[in-house]
Design a protein around this ligand. Structure first.
Ligand code: ADP
Ligand code: MG
Length: 228
C-alpha cells in the first residue's frame, strides 16, 4: 500500500504540474498566435513585432529546458565522476558569469568522486543552482563551488554573495512556479529537488539577506565492491 500511495501521490503532483505548465505555456502561445494573425492580415508591420515573438518563444523554451530531467523517467544509473560534471557545468556557465564580472571559484577535490547517477540530470542540478547564484549576485562578486567527501557522501556547496533569501520566501522555494524574477519560471529548484531525490541525496539552503546564500547538495558516493 505504501508503494501504491506513493505512486498516487506522484501522479497527483504530476497532474498539478501539468496543469501549471499548460497554463504557463498557453499565455505566450496565445500571444504568438494573435500577433501572427495580425501580421498575416497586414494590420501590423512584421518588423516591429519580431522581438515580441522572440521573447514569447524564449519563454516557452525556458520552461521546456527547466523541466528537462523532471518529465524524463530516470534511465539506468551509472557511476559518473562528479568533478567532471562540475567541470563541464562551470565551463558552460562562465560566459554568463563573465557578463557580470563574477568569478566562479572551483575548489576541485584531489581525487575522483564517483556517484551513481545520470549525467545529464546531475548536470541539470548544478546548472540550476549555479545559474540561480549568478542571477542573485551583483557585478564583481564571487561564487565559490566546493566539493568534499564526508562519510561516503559527496558534499557540494555553492556559496554566493548575492541578495539572499528572506524567511517568508524560503518556505515557498522549490514549489512549482514560485519565482521572484521577472523572467523566472520557478521550475528550476523543483526539478533540482526531484533529481537529487532520485539520486538518494539531499539539498539544504542557508541564507542571509544582504549577505548571500549557500546551497549544500549531498550525494552518496558510489563504492566499488572490492570483494566481487
Ligand atoms: P527561477 O530561477 O526561475 O526563479 P528557481 O526554482 O530556480 O526558479 O528559484 C526559485 C526562487 O528561489 C528564485 O526566484 C529566487 O527568489 C530564489 N533563489 C534561488 N536561488 C537563489 C539564490 N542563490 N539566491 C537568492 N535567491 C535564490
Ligand atoms: Mg532558477
Amino acid at each position: 500500500t505504501e508503494k501504491l500511495l506513493r505512486q498516487s501521490e506522484k501522479l497527483a503532483v504530476i497532474g498539478e504540474l501539468s496543469a501549471g505548465v499548460v497554463h504557463e505555456i498557453k499565455n505566450p502561445l496565445t500571444s504568438i498566435k494573435g500577433f501572427l494573425q495580425l501580421m498575416e492580415a497586414g494590420t501590423i508591420k512584421t518588423e516591429d513585432y519580431i522581438s515580441i515573438l522572440n521573447i514569447e518563444i524564449e519563454r516557452i523554451e525556458q520552461i521546456a529546458s527547466d523541466l528537462l530531467g523532471f518529465a524524463k523517467p530516470s534511465e539506468e544509473l551509472k557511476p559518473e565522476n562528479l568533478e567532471e560534471v562540475l567541470d563541464e557545468v562551470i565551463f558552460l556557465l562562465n560566459a554568463q558569469a563573465d557578463k557580470k564580472n563574477i568569478m566562479i571559484e572551483w575548489n576541485k577535490p584531489t581525487k575522483h568522486v564517483p556517484v551513481l547517477g545520470e549525467k545529464t540530470q546531475l548536470k541539470q542540478v548544478f546548472i540550476n543552482l549555479i545559474k540561480n547564484a549568478i542571477e542573485a549576485s551583483e557585478f564583481n562578486t564571487r561564487i565559490v563551488v566546493k566539493m568534499e567527501e564526508q562519510d561516503n557522501n559527496a558534499i557540494i556547496r555553492i556559496v554566493d554573495q548575492g541578495h539572499g533569501i528572506p524567511e517568508e520566501t524560503l518556505s515557498k522555494i522549490g514549489e512549482s512556479f514560485f519565482t521572484t524574477k521577472e523572467k523566472g519560471t520557478g521550475l528550476g529548484l523543483m526539478v533540482t529537488h526531484k533529481i537529487i531525490e532520485n539520486h538518494k541525496g539531499t539539498i539544504e539552503i542557508e541564507s542571509e539577506v544582504g549577505k548571500g546564500s549557500t546551497f549544500t547538495v549531498r550525494l552518496p558516493i558510489f563504492l566499488v565492491n572490492v570483494s566481487a
